[in-house]
Design a protein around this ligand. Sequence first.
Ligand SMILES: [Zn+2]
Length: 158
Amino acid sequence: MRISRSILWGGGVVVVAAALFILSRVLQERDPTVLAPGPVHWHPRVEIYVDGEKQAIPAGIGLAGRHEPIHTHTEDAAQGVVHLEFPRAIREDDVRLKQFFTVWGKDIMSAFGTLERMEVNGAPSRAFGEYVMRDGDLIRLYYTTAVQSEPSATSTGG
Ligand SMILES: [Zn+2]
């Protein structure tokens, strides 16, 4: 009687532990703020045009000193490839376009004059710095150095 009872207890503990483990996994997957489970290695591309002229994106952004999860590499910076490398699950706030500019030490809205318009995969977007980058995106930013009123950056659509 004593032996079977302890076996029963042990079995119960295992069942509860397994249930808790599964529950935690389900909760993590259902967490709507989690954009992707880690590890993440995404490569959106960013093209910058100033008064219609394409600008070179330097290699080594985010690699000086501390190695940032958002960075550019020598071999593909010329193509505008931005590396998003996270060892963990990511949330939208981890990979907004403005984060790339912050790592770069620039403000997206005024980095090369005034940010006039933006295209994501060929479609116009008004998300600007709030845009959540995805693997394979082609993001085009058009700046003008002509003096004019600021574009409305309050829209978070797109
Ligand atoms: Zn990479």
